[in-house]
Ligand binder design. Structure first.
Ligand code: SAH
Length: 377
């Protein structure tokens, strides 16, 4: 079977099984006159054994193997760059069939392994402190391109002799805004959660959004995964500047959407609030006080992210004293607050440092405010 290492290869007419959830895979087998249970067999070979060659799927008849090879394929992008940080963080740059490059990061810790995956090529949101934003936006990732990231990471880690349990947590915090690629992201989540595929726990799959409200509302009805909100500012004036999406979905509406989301979650669930710490911009104790007020009545965990600098950003990282003072203030108000550890910044793998490579820049200046996004949701 072909795992496509040829970057110039065009997508072929065969259907890529990598991006099919159970329902779609069952429908596929039924259309071939097969029993639906074939789907769970193939899902296991594919996602648990990382087998891309139909002839190795021993519980599938020879005739069926040949038929599958004719009609279907299992194709993942080529690993263009593979980097290992001194702290063990791993970054892969994956070249897609059209030449675009996306990035995926694996962060091993004592008690877990977190895979940070991308949902779009570039990003249209233009957050002022994020280097992905500088790249502009090219396109949404397809379901198989989203899936290929966990598939390849799992396969490579396994081949290196690590156990398959390496990836325990998955965060959609790489390049792109997952909630502007809603359909493909929720179908990918189906596969992350499926016991016949990755079997990840709902609490260990996190969707991070800058606050695309209509998609947050839809997600609440589809999957009760962990939601993280990139808040970063406590008033609209500053948030409009840091996260321009705020002009479309201002703080008051965003907080109301968070409350709606939580109403549909189990009683003990918490929403994660991400707050990047920018020196002299949003790290004052008055900001902490306003944040406490804003989050009142919402079950949250706050994640303070020390700003990861990049050339020409114009921002500075808050001092560790400022970050600790901010944390203590929130903590004293009864809000669980953690400081996100910086991982992999020697290989530019930290939050906001993923840039990939965009070949098609024609949509570079396109902004979220265009009706196209409104219509997509
Ligand atoms: N678009 C999504 C997910 C991608 S970014 C979102 O906005 O949530 C994942 C997190 O990293 C977000 O909270 C983002 O605001 C933050 N981030 C972006 N650039 C950063 C930087 N330079 N330093 C620290 N955090 C950054």
């Amino acid at each position: 079977m072909n795992t496509s290492t040829d970057s110039t290869a065009k997508p072929n007419a065969r259907v890529n099984l990598l991006g099919m959830n159970r329902q779609e895979m069952e429908a596929f087998f039924v259309s071939l006159g097969e029993k639906p249970f074939r789907a769970s067999q193939i899902l296991k070979w594919l996602h648990q054994q990382h087998i891309a060659d139909f002839s190795q799927m021993t519980n599938v008849s020879k005739a069926m193997q040949l038929r599958l090879a004719e009609l279907a394929c299992i194709e993942a992008p080529e690993v263009a760059v593979d980097q290992l940080s001194v702290d063990g963080t791993r970054k892969w740059a994956l070249r897609l069939h059209d030449g675009n490059v996306i990035e995926t990061v694996f962060i091993p810790e004592d008690d877990r392994g977190t895979l940070c995956i991308s949902s779009q090529v570039g990003c249209a949101l233009d957050c002022s402190f994020c280097s992905t934003a500088r790249q502009g936006f090219s396109r949404n990732l397809t379901v198989d391109e989203i899936l290929a990231q966990i598939w390849l990471a799992g396969k490579l880690l396994k081949e290196e002799g690590r156990s398959g349990r390496n990836i325990t947590n998955l965060v959609l915090m790489g390049m792109g805004e997952p909630m502007l690629n809603y359909e493909n992201v929720v179908r990918a989540i189906d596969i992350f959660l499926d016991d016949f595929a990755y079997g990840l726990s709902k609490r260990r799959v996190t969707v991070s959004t800058a606050g695309v409200i209509p998609a947050m509302d839809r997600l609440a009805d589809r999957h009760d995964v962990q939601l993280a909100i990139s808040l970063h500012a406590v008033n609209d004036e500053l948030r409009n500047e840091l996260v321009p999406l705020n002009k479309k979905y201002p703080l008051k509406d965003l907080l109301a959407a968070c409350h709606r989301f939580m109403e549909k979650q189990p009683a003990r669930a918490r929403i994660t609030i991400e707050y990047v710490m920018l020196d002299g911009v949003n790290d004052n104790l008055k900001d902490a006080q306003a944040l406490i007020k804003l989050l009142n009545g919402l079950s949250v965990m706050v994640n303070l992210i020390p700003f990861n600098p990049f050339p020409g950003s114009g921002y500075k990282t808050s001092s560790s004293d400022a970050v600790k003072r901010f944390q203590t203030k929130l903590h004293d108000a009864g809000i669980t607050t953690v400081i996100r550890k910086k991982r992999g910044d020697d290989i530019d793998a930290a939050c906001g440092q993923l840039v990939g490579k965009i070949t098609d820049r024609s949509r570079r200046t396109e902004k979220f405010i265009t009706p196209r996004f409104g219509m997509r949701l």
